[in-house]
Design a protein. Structure first.
Length: 737
């Protein structure tokens, strides 16, 4: 070995497994005539390499500058060690320890090379439904444990055939060292069953025929079942709504490519970038009139996603039309991930079941995003976006944030990383609670973490609260809205001071009242409640969230007391308000949205969560005339500013255009945010909580704040709704400020 040679040991952590990093390093080492080896470890990659100094220098530069697409290097250490007798460079067996830093690539959309192979009659994987390569395909959904080797994935059930083995060992091949590689001879296979579980021939073509006939097909996707139906067939969509008991909640639409998406929705540059991203999420778009009217049910937005795997591409190629694609689950249940559950829970919904024999290790719904002020904002973080690790201030002990009761996620933090789980969903059923426990245990095993501290919400009746009390010795409670603020600050990497405005539906307050329109001044390491909404009562308590008419009664009773007039059917509720029996006080902006929606005749009883608020946003977005004005006022009561809504309700009660009144309400809220900012004296303003999913409201507020010289911040990567609550719980308990 030359005196001008050197040996280096390089440790790399980050998203460097499952992205083709080992083959990349192998080729790089060969190119620069270096010797040594590379291996996966529980925390990333270990490279032991030696050779000429100038070649090593170029090698190090290329490691960073030419890293594979999808790779993210978070840390890299380089140590010089004594030279040894390496004669070649090799990929060696992985090393697994008891600790890990999970940095695995999420499931990613099919790459252009694989898509070309899929429709190439000369290719041996022609029209193979499970075609993918080193650069694309399922990762987390089939992942069992670190490191990312075939034996640690659901692909362990499929032994590579000689042809795949040759590709796997060939450093010049696209599938060199690809742990998930397979083909029609050795990989997963499709089967189509009818409603009686009788197998049918020609799975893709027969399923496509069913869809053209208006039938409902349950498709086993990478992360769980989808229910599919022809999106242009009104009767078929209505049949799906009836069978799934989903009368009005908008459906998402699956299309083959960006041109097909442009045919059904208006798409700007940012929206197109989101659709074409490796995550291939559902993107909320403004629809055209091509689809069945029952797809969006009057919503101003249509959720659209592009096909992200070979199976979807083949099905769409055979159908030649957009498909409704909604979660394959019974109402209130988690999505099905195996045939047995699908046959049981989707019986009576699906007419056929298109399934495969590869196991799903992690349940993954489709991610949902929208574009706010030209940038992407995540509404639901799941397939394509999970795993998700966030750098944080160092934890003294491993921490679990149990999350919320609705739109649940959990978060686990250790050392300087916080891991946010995929969307689990509403914990309203036994199966959903069991799915939560199973996924939490799986993540703890993947990360080799046993949290010492658990964080929950103050609402003791939530399943997560009961679970923590039963399973953890140390349980800390973080107030719901403070957790939202912590999550938004972390999402924006924002330090104090700032004003945080958190508007949502329900969160138990420090005074045991139902909060939901809270503003906080964050300064000097403290979070001080600064403003709230003038309270009103909710007859029936939690039932008001499902029946906006109850919120309206509470608002009108607070406005007029015993002078309030109501029909005979509401006399019992009126008496409950008069006697204050099971009619708790609330300061919830979400319930005020509900009340206004009911007042304008839009939604008196919800068929899904936040339906009333969505209907109100829809009407406001359609408004042509925008002359009507109404204003919220602020009154100082002790240390708090109180938002007075009396004038707003009185003006909205008057006859007039529903759309104009709905817009006036949204504009008044945006102006209110500016008033709160002025009173706080803070230049930076955070917008968080479930109400801040309202695109119209947030964009009106952003414009108004900037006009007055304030700097607005809103959610980007962490959901503004309760899907981000677990992150805020961890940060709040970790003393992040």
């Amino acid at each position: 070995m030359s005196a001008l040679s050197q040996r280096l040991v390089i440790q790399i952590s980050g998203c460097v497994q499952g992205v083709g990093f080992r083959p990349f390093v192998y080729r790089l080492a060969k190119h620069y005539k270096l010797s040594g080896h590379i291996k996966n470890t529980s925390s990333g990659l270990h490279i032991d390499v030696q050779g000429a100094l100038e070649n090593l220098s170029a090698f190090q530069c290329d490691l960073v500058d030419r890293a594979p697409i999808g790779a993210v290097i978070s840390e890299m250490s380089i140590d010089q060690v004594p030279l040894t007798s390496y004669s070649d460079f090799a990929i060696v067996d992985s090393e697994c320890k008891d600790s890990t830093e999970l940095a695995l690539l999420p499931d990613t959309a099919m790459c252009k090379e694989c898509l070309s192979e899929l429709f190439d009659p000369q290719n041996r994987r022609y029209r193979y439904p499970f075609l993918h390569c080193m650069s694309c395909g399922p990762r987390f959904s089939l992942f069992l444990r670190m490191p990312f080797d075939r034996a640690n994935t659901a692909m362990v059930d499929f032994k590579m055939c000689p042809s795949c083995q040759i590709e796997y060992a060939d450093c010049s091949d696209r599938r060199f060292y690809s742990q998930t590689t397979c083909c029609p001879q050795c990989g997963p296979q499709l089967t189509l069953f009818d409603a009686t579980q009788r197998p049918l021939t020609d799975p893709i073509e027969t399923a496509a025929l069913f869809l053209k006939e208006g039938k409902i097909v349950a498709l086993k996707n990478t992360g769980g079942f989808l229910l599919l139906v022809d999106a242009s067939n009104e009767n078929a969509v209505l049949r799906l709504r009836e069978r799934k008991r989903r009368p009005r909640k908008p459906f998402a639409v699956l299309v083959a490519d960006i041109e097909s998406a442009q045919a059904i929705a208006w798409i700007d540059e940012a929206e197109q970038a989101a659709l074409l991203s490796p995550a291939a999420p559902i993107v909320l778009l403004q629809p055209r009139s091509y689809l069945s009217s029952s797809v969006s049910c009057g919503s101003p937005y249509c959720g659209v996603m592009l096909a992200h795997n070979a199976l979807q591409h083949l099905l769409l190629d055979a159908v030649h039309r957009p498909l409704v694609a909604t979660s394959g689950n019974a109402s209130g249940e988690p999505i099905c991930i195996d045939e047995e559950a699908a046959f049981e829970q989707l019986a009576g919904i699906a007419d056929a079941f298109l399934v495969h024999n590869r196991k799903i290790m992690h349940r993954l719904d489709d991610s949902v995003v929208q574009i706010i002020d030209g940038s992407m904002s995540v509404v639901r973080r799941a397939r394509g976006m999970i795993p998700f690790a966030i750098p944080i201030a160092e934890c003294r002990s491993p921490i679990l944030g149990a999350g919320a009761h609705l739109k649940n996620t959990f978060a686990i933090a250790k050392d300087r990383l916080l891991y946010l789980s995929q969307h689990i969903g509403d914990l309203e059923s036994h199966r959903a609670c069991m799915a939560y426990q199973k996924e939490l245990q799986s993540w703890q095993q993947l990360l080799c973490i046993e949290p010492q501290i658990s964080i929950g919400d103050r609402h003791v009746d939530y399943f997560t609260s009961r679970y923590l009390q039963k399973n953890f010795k140390q349980v800390i409670q973080v107030q719901h809205h403070e957790a939202h603020v912590h999550a938004c600050m972390l999402d924006n990497r924002l330090q104090e001071p700032c004003l945080a405005i958190c508007w949502d539906g329900t969160g138990l307050g420090d005074d045991q009242m139902i909060w939901g329109a809270e503003s906080f001044v964050v300064d000097e390491g403290q979070m001080r409640r600064f403003a709230t909404l003038a309270p009103f009562r909710l007859p029936g308590g939690d039932k008001a969230a499902r029946e906006p008419r109850r919120s309206l009664l509470g608002v009108l009773h607070a406005l007029r007391g015993s002078q309030m007039c109501c029909g005979e059917e509401f006399q019992l509720l009126f008496q409950a308000l008069e006697k204050q029996i099971y009619a708790p006080l609330c300061s919830s902006m979400g319930r005020l949205f509900d009340a206004v929606s009911a007042l304008l005749g839009l939604c008196s009883v919800c068929s899904f969560e936040a339906e009333a608020a969505l209907e109100l946003e829809c009407q406001a977005a359609l408004a042509q005339e925008k002359i009507l004005q109404c204003h919220f006022h602020l009154e100082k009561q002790g240390d708090l500013w109180v938002i007075v809504w009396k004038e707003v309700i009185e003006i909205l009660e008057k006859p007039g255009s529903v759309m104009e009144r709905a817009f006036a309400f949204h504009r008044a809220l945006a102006e209110l945010i500016v008033k709160l900012a002025r009173q706080s004296g803070m230049r930076r303003v955070l917008l968080t909580g479930g109400c801040m999913q309202n695109k119209l409201l947030v964009e009106l507020a952003i414009t108004a704040l900037r006009k007055e010289g304030f700097e607005p911040f809103w959610h980007r990567q962490i959901p503004a709704n309760d899907g981000g609550l677990s992150v805020g719980q961890v940060i709040g308990a970790n003393g992040y400020f």
